[in-house]
Design a protein around this ligand. Structure first.
Ligand SMILES: NC(=O)C1=CN([C@@H]2O[C@H](COP(=O)(O)OP(=O)(O)OC[C@H]3O[C@@H](n4cnc5c(N)ncnc54)[C@H](O)[C@@H]3O)[C@@H](O)[C@H]2O)C=CC1
Ligand SMILES: O=C(O)C1=N[C@H](C(=O)O)C[C@H](O)C1
Length: 267
């Protein structure tokens, strides 16, 4: 496999640090630059937690980085507003992109899908890279055909910016492809405390827990006659996401247009 030259945005983050390690340990992946919120002019190895072999330059601006560095793929693991901006810049420059950052609205996805098609450039937006999470979403879509009363409980560390999680939204969207929208619970139910019944998408209730000590966890609970089915996935640490990041980087080299969800590129 030919070397894939990567620009990584968010190198000092919880995901970014893990991604640097994965790139460093993967012979056919090469980090050619990083884009950080600061540290312009330093080298990646100068950043906290970065592999000491990584002497690629750090930029504080994606546009400047792309203008100076030859790369094949941009990987973004930053924050919602930044990830959107970076994807637009990369696509405008015809650079393939893997976005792990979540918090994209349907309108964002539509606009960015159109841009990727216009530029005939490959991009993957993956709300979750963990194989177990992808399977949880696929199993949930299967179960929803038979058990349409569903509530999703997603639980994350308390540093997460967006709620609900991208995984919960993607799960609900996959379920909605096979389940008619429906109102769940008693028709006269009342929230005596606002938010008690959580958020909802097509009638599917979604609840977000944020606590220190958590990493990334989700339960999809199906209620039926005399029974309850729970499909659950837990990421115990962020190494769970790295095989999926690698798969997305390798796959985006052969994609034209925007793919939303790793399930679309898995065998
Ligand atoms: N798709 C997946 O499987 C996963 C996705 N995520 C998503 O990835 C994103 C990052 O998550 P974490 O690493 O936990 O967050 P984090 O907060 O630990 O890291 C985000 C990093 O982005 C950096 N950043 C902020 N503004 C920037 C800018 N203008 N340019 C470059 N970097 C900038 C911050 O300095 C920080 O180091 C979140 O949106 C999260 O939801 C997280 C885990 C798994
Ligand atoms: O912020 C996180 O940590 C995670 N975010 C993603 C999401 O919003 O679904 C993926 C995973 O749950 C971890």
């Amino acid at each position: 496999m030919n070397n894939i030259r990567i620009i990584l945005a968010g190198p000092r983050g919880k995901m970014g640090q893990e991604a640097l390690r994965m790139i460093d340990e993967t012979p056919h992946l090469e980090l050619v630059a990083a884009v950080d919120s600061k540290n312009d002019g330093l080298q990646v190895k100068d950043l906290t937690g970065a592999p000491q072999s990584m002497d690629a330059p750090v930029y504080d601006d994606m546009e400047n980085c792309i203008g100076a560095i030859e790369a094949d793929v941009v990987v973004d693991l930053t924050r919602p507003d930044i990830g959107k901006k970076h994807l637009e810049i990369a696509l405008e420059h015809g650079l393939r992109t893997v976005i792990g950052t979540t918090g994209f609205s349907n309108e964002d996805l539509e606009r960015l899908t159109n841009l990727a098609e216009e530029k005939k450039t490959g991009a993957i937006i993956a709300p979750n890279f963990a194989i177990g999470a992808i399977l949880m979403m696929k199993f949930s879509q299967m179960a929803a055909k038979y058990l349409p009363d569903i509530e999703i409980i997603e639980k994350h560390h308390d540093q997460k910016l967006d709620a609900p999680s991208g995984t919960a939204l993607k799960t609900a969207q996959l379920i909605s492809q096979v389940r008619e929208e429906k109102r769940q619970g008693h028709p006269d139910e009342k929230e005596d405390l606002e938010g008690a019944r959580g958020a909802q998408l097509q009638g599917i209730r979604i609840h977000s827990v944020r606590l220190p000590g958590l990493v990334a966890h989700q339960e999809v609970i199906f209620g039926g006659e005399g029974q309850v089915l729970t499909i659950r996935h837990d990421s115990m640490n962020r190494t769970s996401f790295m095989p999926g990041v690698r798969l997305a980087v390798e796959s985006v080299m052969n994609i034209e247009g925007l793919v939303y969800g790793l399930e679309n590129i898995m065998e």
